[in-house]
Design a protein around this ligand. Sequence first.
Ligand SMILES: Nc1ncnc2c1ncn2[C@@H]1O[C@H](COP(=O)(O)OP(=O)(O)OP(=O)(O)O)[C@@H](O)[C@H]1O
Ligand SMILES: [Mg+2]
Length: 455
Amino acid sequence: MKKKISKIFLCQSCGQEYARWAGKCESCGKWNTIVEESGGDRFSSTPSYKKSATYKEPVPIDSISSDNTKRLSSGLAELDLVLGGGFVPGSLILVGGEPGVGKSTLILEISRSMISQGKKILYISGEESSAQVGLRAARMNVLSKDLLLSSETYAENISAMVEDVSPDLVFVDSIQTLTREALPNQAGTVTQLRECTQVLLETSKRTGIPILMTGHITKDGAIAGPKVLEHLVDTVLYFEGDKLNYFRLLRAVKNRFGAVGDLAVFEMLESGLKEVTDRQRVFISSLTEGKSGSVISSVMEGSRALSVEVQALVSRTNYSQARRMAEGPDTRRLILLAAVIEKYLGHTLSECDIFGNLAGGLQIDEPALDLAICASILSSYTERPVQSGYAVIGEVGLSGEVRSVGQATLRLKELKGVGIETVYLPKGNLAEIEKIPGLELVGINSLRELEGLFR
Ligand SMILES: Nc1ncnc2c1ncn2[C@@H]1O[C@H](COP(=O)(O)OP(=O)(O)OP(=O)(O)O)[C@@H](O)[C@H]1O
Ligand SMILES: [Mg+2]
């Protein structure tokens, strides 16, 4: 007879399961991350295939009421867009972000907006005491009897509470603080994260009430806990931003009910988070107008084009080996493009440190930004500012050739909207572009043809 195994061992870093303990995880290579978890009788030799009491008959898809898919607007237009048109009833949403980025503030901001539409909110805060949340709510002036606060951390109790209170929307801050009473593991362990997320998932599906939960991000940018958490939920949003400036970016990285990549921009004020609708103010700095090293370009964020400002600083190095560093664009791309400029335009950049940046704390790695990176390096190196009202888009190849980019018309329309009058772009794109009145287009094939861009 086969022996029944009732224990499993789980790597706390990657979630890999083992039948016995080991010092090193074969999957992620980390040491001392494998701990014993109670795994039930999953290795039982007598599996049961009988119908359970909760067995559900399949139903024809055209008999499902379309009312179920009626979305609940958050009242924040930018957030609704990222969600793909508002909260879908019964959906579970995960908002990941670094500590202190403003996840709890975002929750109160959404609450404020929903309450003003006459909605009822349940806010479960396992992370902070009610007094702490109350203090923030008072600062942000979100005090209302329609915002119910609880510091419950048992997942089962939360499920019962959601049913009792029957709110329009539930917030759980954060998933790492929840536990299932029956499990011996500490809050935040892989098993607890997975089990508690399952409880929330089941609760939202059963009651039809959307639940938004927050989750911490580890140093390398992943939501703490295994990827399995991201697989379980319907939507994953990342809340990010440069802590030194006041803008915060919210983007969807997974969405079962909408496009991914769309971006919402918020400004962190003492009174809370304010939606930013004039993005030009965030990503294009009026202070750098007429200064060398600054170039306007356009990137795609999901289905939308976004005008951005690429900045470069090229200065003579004091080290034996020149430094290259980029924040926003990819450093490897900056190194490669600097080498292309050196080889094909003959500038001795090897004696210079080069720093690249994107205004507004954006992190974007898109080939269409190549030409703007090259132009900003050239502008800073030659100390010649880019002409006022000019922008560039294009990918740069290893022999200095300028290659076509996708979605050129969308990008040009967005650039026109922020006051750009002339755009340098790949010649290959010229044929397919709709004519945009008031926008002059200069098609180029190589980096050498950028000369007319500078003053
Ligand atoms: N008086 C204030 N004026 C302006 N901004 C403030 C003020 N107090 C706090 N903030 C902002 O709020 C941020 C903290 O927000 P919040 O507590 O919502 O973050 P969080 O992501 O929930 O953090 P945690 O991971 O610790 O839960 C701070 O980093 C700061 O930018
Ligand atoms: Mg918080």
